[in-house]
Each structure stands twice: as structure tokens, then as C-alpha cells.
Write a protein that binds this ligand. Structure first.
Ligand code: NAP
Length: 541
């Protein structure tokens, strides 16, 4: 079983004592006391007194670490002072379960182990560690060989910053080749998977922060995230892995809804121990291809599917086309949309499927509000924007036999999108029109779809509406794709005018529910997804 360790940087001993209690309540198995800040600007005796007090009061086993500044420690103290502090703790009446010492310290002070006198105090075991913040060290394997040569090391710890999914997957390979209990972790956003999947790959310990702000390493998850969001206690060797591939994905809502869906499956379901992760992939096709190749070919990962988001939806389609039909089946809908957002391993056919849930989600949401059968004439949809979401929206409307007009700030993109859609086989029932962006107010559509980023909190014009709803006919329907904030200036004005509304969260939930249903084979609970998404979004305000 992988132990969950909360790492606590000790600069204020009283505060650290509170944090230790909180870590136990949060579900940690052990804590790491990072003592290097305590040594900064204080005599070693001062640090020793406080550290002993913390060890005596700790309800959990402790790793005592006094990190070298060479490896990210927050102290300018000498190696001799750091070793003196650790030696003092080993000899204390309540010694730590482990002490952490860097390989680099051992190599610069070859008598360090004699100084620590660990043989006389076997209750404190040695974790021999190495950390590299710049990336995967070029001499990684040689370092590990040197660590293995240290017989006194009960546990080896290897941590480096990952620059890609491949760096992270190498962590799984290092763990598979371990000769004793080993902690292997990749730092930074690309490395999150190694921290969450430590129980899958046999990592001895995975580290977490008590709170996001108190993380002691880049992109360290919180203990609450590990236990509640990723269900670390459920993960084992057999856990299938899913994820969202995009850039950036750190704040994606997808892990929240899809992990919650896995958690509700019956114990016997093949996905009951499944886990869904944010998997950042740098923009451009090459990193996407390299990442997907690595995920799909890794033997022990059991990657079984995922969501693909900005900027890689077109890249997924290209990847599937290049891989060929014997490996990948492309849903005609994804071909028609020119982009795919869903990847699924169909075990019954031993084949990957790529599809698109954006357009069907929009079609489904619109059909819930408008009964097309009862319309005297086809409804007129005005699409604002010509990017990825606009394309899905225009396709959904055209395939529902609506009249579609596209308008975009950059007119050439609107014209190109209309031309693409008109060339589809079978073609849209009505010609796809375009109008200049400045003329959009003159159109009075039955359905207005905002597929621009206008109104998005981190976007170019957070306080603006891309259309004046006063111009909408009574009873018109407004579909807003922006979900951050939930209530955009456009939706506020449309609501005041009495328009029917579909918001960005509705769209997110619907496309995610279609993905979940495909992966699990069970209908997704849109009520659950909706509650999670709205809660998360309201916390972000
Ligand atoms: P995209 O491909 O980058 O397209 C962005 C569109 O916004 C383009 O048409 C762009 O026009 C337009 N735009 C940007 N700034 C503008 C401004 N100041 N004035 C007028 N138009 C402007 O992005 P996308 O993937 O289609 O996403 C569009 C929106 O959908 C985003 O806000 C995103 O948050 C939202 N979205 C929602 C969901 C969901 O599930 N609810 C999913 C994905 C995306 P130009 O061509 O002139 O640049």
C-alpha cells in the first residue's frame, strides 16, 4: 500500500503543530517535517528544541527532512549544521520513523552516515533522496545506481521536474525496476499523474500538501484532492486511467465530473477503480502525437480513454487518421465536425474510437427547448464566432435542418467555416449564410449562440456582451458557451428580456455526460454533473 504523506514546511513551530493535527484529520498516514526553514537564521540548538517538541507531539509517524539548498531547501545552513540537527533528532526519545538525506550531501560529506550513527538507532530508517528541478536529469540512471550502492538506505527517493507525459511515465518504469521500497515522483503540472498514480505503480510514499498554498514542491496536489477527487485509496495496479489532454488543463472541470461518475459505479464494474487525470500537452501536433503514442503504448498504464480539449481537438482527428483504420475507428460525426474531443478504447473490438460530443450536446440541448417538428418554418440560428465551438454549433444547427447564419470578428474565418459546412456530404438543407460582424445586430434570429470568448472572465472583453439582446425577438433562445462566469453579460441581458436560456455549464455537462456514458456503458447522471460543475464554478468567483 502506498502511504500518503503530508509535507509541512516548519517555519513557525506552533503553526506546524496545528498543521500536523490537520494532516491526521485529513487522512494522512505520515507527515514530513521540512525543518530547513527552521534552521534559517537560528542556531541549530533552537531548531533541535522545536523539532523535538514537534516529534513528541506528533500523532503520526514522521519523516524528518532538512533539505539542502542545492535541492530546494530553504536554508543557508551548512551541511554540518543540517547533519547535526538530524543526528540530534535520531537520538531523541521520540525519533522520526525516517530521516531524509540527499545523495548529493552524502557524496560531499562521505562520513555523513557515520555522523548520523544510524546503525545505533535502527528505529529511524534512511530515505536517500535526489531532486532535480530543471527537468529529468541526464544522469538519472547513474544516480540511481549510486543510490543503490548505499546499503544503509532503506528507501530510495527520486524526484525530478517532468517536461512531458513521457518524463512522467518513466517514473512508472523506475518503480517497476525498484530493488527496495522506492518513492519516485515527477514534479510540476506534467508530473501530477505520477503523484496520483503512485499506488498503481507501487510507489512507497506519495506526497501531498495540506492546502494549495502550503505545497512544498511544484504542482503538489492537496491531500483532499488525492483522497476525494482522485480517490487514491481505491487506486491499485489494475486501475484504468483516463484523462483530459489539452493546454492548459490545470483548472479543467472534467476530472471533477468524470471521477465522480467512476466513484458511483458498482464495485464489480471495470471502471469502479478508474481514475481521470489532467494531462497537459504542449500546443502543436508533435507534442500531442508524442504524448498519445506514449500513453497508448505504455504497458502498465492501462490508458483507456479521455477527453481532448483546446488546442488539440483537430490534432486528435489527425492522429487517428494517421494511425489507420485497423487501430482507430473515426465516428463519421467527428469527420463531419472536423474535430474530435473524445477517445475511447472499445475492448470488445480491441480498437480505439474517436468521436465528438460537442455537436450532439448542442443538438440535444436545443431540442429540449425547441420542438422542431412543430415549427411552421425552420428556426433561424445566428452563430457568433468561427472557432471550434462555433463549428460544432453550426453543424448541430445545420444537421437539425435549421437556417444558419455565421458572423465573426475576422470575416474570412466565418466565410471559410460556411464553405466547409456547405461542402459536407450530405450537404445542409439550407444554404449557410455569413454576415459582417458589424451587421450582426440587424439579424433577429430565433436562436442566438455565442461561440466567442466575449464575456469570459479571463477573456478579451469580460464585461461586454457580443450582441444586444434588445434586438432579439420575444421568445428567442440564447445559448451561451462561456461558463466562466456562469452569468455572462449576454445571459444577464437575455434573461432580463425574457429569453429562454441555455448556459455554458449546461453545455459542458451535456458533452461530458455523453463521454461518460460512452466510457462506462451506463447513463451518466446529468444532475450530479450539473451540481458539481456549478459548485466548482461558484467557488471560483
Ligand atoms: P476559438 O477557436 O479560439 O474561437 C474563439 C472565437 O472567439 C473566434 O471566433 C474569435 O474571433 C472570437 N473572439 C475572440 N475575442 C473576440 C472579441 N474580442 N470580439 C469578438 N470575437 C472574439 O475558441 P473555441 O474553442 O471556439 O471557444 C469559444 C468559447 O467557447 C470560449 O469562450 C470557451 O470558453 C467556450 N467553450 C465552452 C465549452 C463548454 O463546454 N461550455 C467548451 C469549449 C469552449 P476571431 O476569429 O476574430 O479571433
Amino acid at each position: 500500500m502506498t502511504l500518503l504523506c503530508v509535507s509541512i514546511a516548519v517555519d513557525d513551530p506552533a503553526h506546524a503543530r496545528v498543521s500536523v493535527g490537520e494532516a491526521r484529520l485529513a487522512g494522512a498516514d505520515l507527515i514530513e517535517l521540512r525543518l530547513d526553514p527552521l534552521l534559517e537564521g537560528h542556531a541549530p540548538e533552537h531548531a533541535l528544541t522545536h523539532a523535538r517538541g514537534l516529534l513528541e507531539a506528533s500523532p503520526l509517524p514522521v519523516i524528518a527532512t532538512c533539505r539542502s539548498p542545492r535541492e530546494g531547501g530553504e536554508t543557508s545552513a551548512s551541511d554540518a549544521d543540517r547533519l547535526a540537527l538530524l543526528r540530534g533528532l535520531i537520538k531523541a526519545t521520540s525519533p522520526p520513523r525516517y530521516i531524509d538525506l540527499e545523495l548529493s550531501t552524502l557524496e560531499s560529506a562521505p562520513d555523513a552516515l557515520d555522523q548520523l550513527d544510524l546503525r545505533a538507532h535502527p528505529e529511524a530508517a534512511l530515505i536517500l533522496s535526489t531532486h532535480e528541478f530543471q527537468g529529468r536529469p541526464a544522469d538519472l540512471l547513474r544516480r540511481i545506481e549510486r543510490m543503490r550502492a548505499v546499503e544503509e538506505a532503506a528507501v530510495l527517493k527520486i524526484a525530478y521536474t517532468a517536461r512531458s507525459a513521457r518524463d512522467t511515465l518513466e517514473i512508472a518504469d523506475l518503480l517497476a525496476a525498484r530493488d527496495r521500497p522506492t518513492i519516485a515522483l515527477a514534479m510540476g503540472p506534467f508530473g501530477l499523474a505520477s503523484r496520483v498514480l503512485a499506488p498503481k505503480f507501487g510507489g512507497f510514499i506519495t506526497f501531498a500538501a495540506l492546502h494549495r498554498a502550503s505545497a512544498t514542491a511544484p504542482a503538489q496536489p492537496t491531500i483532499a484532492d488525492l483522497l476525494t477527487l482522485y480517490r487514491a485509496r481505491e487506486i491499485d495496479e489494475s486501475s484504468p486511467v483516463y484523462g483530459v489532454l489539452g493546454y492548459p488543463v490545470e483548472h479543467s472541470l472534467s476530472p471533477h465530473v468524470h471521477n465522480a461518475a467512476f466513484a458511483r459505479l458498482p464495485e464489480t464494474h471495470f471502471l469502479a477503480k478508474g481514475v481521470y487525470l489532467p494531462l497537459p500537452v504542449a500546443p502543436e501536433y508533435e507534442p500531442f502525437k508524442a504524448t498519445l503514442d506514449a500513453l497508448l503504448s505504455h504497458k502498465r498504464l492501462t490508458f483507456r480513454g479521455g477527453s481532448v480539449t483546446i488546442p488539440h481537438k483537430e490534432n486528435l482527428l489527425r492522429f487517428a487518421r494517421e494511425a489507420g483504420r485497423h487501430v482507430f475507428s473515426i465516428d463519421p460525426l467527428a469527420e463531419r465536425a472536423g474535430a474530435a474531443n473524445t477517445l475511447h478504447f472499445d475492448a470488445s473490438r480491441a480498437q480505439w474510437l474517436v468521436t465528438n460530443t460537442d455537436a450532439p450536446a448542442i443538438a440535444e440541448l436545443l431540442s429540449e427547448k425547441i420542438d422542431l417538428e412543430r415549427q411552421a418554418k425552420p428556426p433561424h440560428a445566428l452563430i457568433l464566432g468561427a472557432g471550434g465551438v462555433a463549428r460544432a454549433a453550426a453543424l448541430a444547427c445545420a444537421d437539425a435542418a435549421m437556417r444558419v447564419t455565421i458572423t465573426n470578428r475576422t470575416p474570412e474565418r466565418a466565410v471559410a467555416l460556411a464553405r466547409d459546412l456547405s461542402a459536407l456530404d450530405p450537404p445542409p438543407q439550407h444554404p449557410i449564410e455569413t454576415i459582417p460582424w458589424e451587421m450582426r445586430g440587424a439579424a433577429s434570429p430565433d436562436i442566438l449562440i455565442n461561440a466567442t470568448s466575449v464575456g469570459m472572465s479571463s477573456g478579451p472583453s469580460p464585461d461586454e456582451a457580443p450582441y444586444e439582446p434588445e434586438r432579439l425577438a420575444e421568445g428567442a433562445l440564447v445559448l451561451e458557451t462561456v461558463y466562466n462566469p456562469l452569468e455572462t453579460p449576454l445571459l444577464r441581458a437575455a434573461r432580463a428580456r425574457g429569453c429562454a436560456i441555455i448556459d455554458g455549464a449546461d453545455l459542458f455537462v451535456q458533452q461530458a455526460a455523453l463521454q461518460s456514458t460512452l466510457w462506462t456503458g451506463a447513463p451518466a447522471s446529468t444532475e450530479l454533473f450539473d451540481r458539481i460543475v456549478r459548485e466548482r464554478l461558484s467557488e471560483r468567483r
